[in-house]
Design a protein around this ligand. Structure first.
Ligand code: DSN
Length: 422
């Protein structure tokens, strides 16, 4: 039976968009590094009766009755999150990564206090204090950068100097467009010197950490991790905050999430997180995340063979940033558009010390979490990287683009979007 039968009968307009999106996801290759395909089990939980329920508060301490099943479900989800990340406490209620970060700031700081975070043009995130965000009006953000944009090495000495000068309350590690591992021990040492909390925004690499192929900041002594649950972790769209061991921090985080920031948690999404965390605890998930890294490496090899400049000089994780304007003479926007035409989705991206605009920058950002979920391996990653480069070189050649689009479609037909991971 058609899984959208009720929508089809009741609301043909929305039904048409669902069918269209399903086909788009099936027929194209998804290389946006922050996207993935969730299992059918996660989608069932997300679309379940838990969407009907108000559950302000936390398990055992709610403001509404009827919590016998929500309490059990949220507790299971919390316990799985703690196990995955080796955390003593977890809050699984944040509605997204931005909400998690804002709650974390209010839990650990007073208005006017300072955060030391990654420069936004060097891979930091909007919620790390972009001038256009509301949070930037409340807290003071200062920056560290890479020392060398062609190796990705962070300038830890400059970071220390900024910390000594500005005495931040939080030193924030993490990124949305950076492809190397961080030296978490150095962050912790500097934070100790200035009396700051250490927070890692691991939204992009949470799945890699959970599966053991990226370092866990808690092993170096970080206090808090914030994350989304829908990227490499392959869960539903949402956020989460993990606390390594400090009970006082955990209590402040809980209060900052509810009632500080949010009302009723989305219990259906929390159920989806629980199911996804269950999947991430299986041996199959470790194999999956290890393959993500092999696939990005395979793409790196092809881009380097074609002399395309890669920011950070390559990758240790699930994503790559390429300076296509500098190397191939095509802007990030042109590349995004032409690749979309052949069925490859990725995003234009500013590169470090960008000279162009955010809407038409020099770079593209792409990654392998979603294509790896489809079962594609190094051979397909290599093929895709070659198709990407040929497409960008042939951006005005319509006949060539039709041929490339057929190649992408053939690949997609051979690797259907799976419904089950365990
Ligand atoms: N929009 C996400 C990303 O693509 O990295 C982060 O918020």
């Amino acid at each position: 039976m058609n899984e959208y039968q009720f929508i089809k009968d009741q609301d043909p307009e929305i039904y048409a968009t669902l069918v269209g999106e399903e086909e788009r996801e099936r027929k194209g290759v998804e290389l946006i590094p922050s996207e993935n395909y969730v299992s059918k089990a996660v989608r069932e939980a997300n679309g379940s009766v838990f969407t009907n329920k108000y559950s302000e508060g936390y398990p055992g301490r709610r403001y509404y009755g009827g919590q016998e099943f929500t309490d059990i479900m949220e507790t299971i989800t919390i316990e799985r999150a703690k196990k995955l990340f080796n955390a003593k406490y977890a809050n699984v209620q944040p509605l997204g990564g931005a909400a998690a970060n804002v709650a974390m700031y209010f839990a650990l700081m007073e208005p006017g206090d300072t955060v030391l975070g990654m420069d936004l043009s060097h891979g930091g995130h909007l919620t790390h204090g972009h001038p256009t965000t509301a949070i930037n009006k409340v807290f003071n953000f200062v920056r560290y950068k890479m020392k060398d944009v062609d190796t990705g090495e962070i300038d830890y000495e400059a970071l220390r100097q900024v910390a000594l000068e500005h005495k931040p309350k939080i030193i924030l590690a993490g990124f949305s467009a950076y492809s190397r591992e961080l030296d978490y021990e150095k962050f912790v040492a500097i934070a100790k010197e200035v009396g700051a909390y250490t927070v890692a925004d691991m939204a992009h690499i949470a799945g890699l950490i959970a599966g053991g192929v990226a370092k866990n900041p808690f092993d170096a002594g970080f206090d808090v991790i914030t994350t989304t649950t829908h990227k490499t972790l392959r869960g539903p769209r949402g956020g989460m905050i993990l606390i390594r061991e400090n009970e006082d921090i955990a209590k402040r985080i809980n209060k900052a999430v509810f009632p500080g920031m949010q009302g009723g948690p989305h219990m259906n999404t929390i159920a989806g997180k629980g199911v996804a965390f269950g999947e991430a605890l299986t041996p199959a998930f470790k194999v999956y995340v290890a393959q993500i890294l092999k696939n990005t490496k395979a793409m790196e090899v092809v881009f380097k063979a074609h002399d395309v400049r890669l920011l950070c000089g390559g990758t240790d994780n699930h994503l790559l940033l390429a300076d296509v304007f500098g190397s191939l003479g095509i802007t990030g926007q042109e590349a995004e558009t032409v690749l979309d035409e052949v069925g490859i989705t990725l995003n234009k991206n500013m590169i470090a010390d960008e000279t162009r605009t955010a809407m038409d920058p020099s770079g593209i950002r792409f990654g392998t979490p979603a294509m790896t979920t489809r079962g594609m391996k190094e051979r397909e990653a290599t093929k895709l990287a070659e198709i990407m480069i040929t497409t960008m070189q042939a951006k005005d050649d319509s006949a060539k683009k039709v041929e490339l689009q057929r190649e992408v479609q053939t690949l997609c037909e051979a690797f259907p979007v799976p419904e089950k991971f365990v």
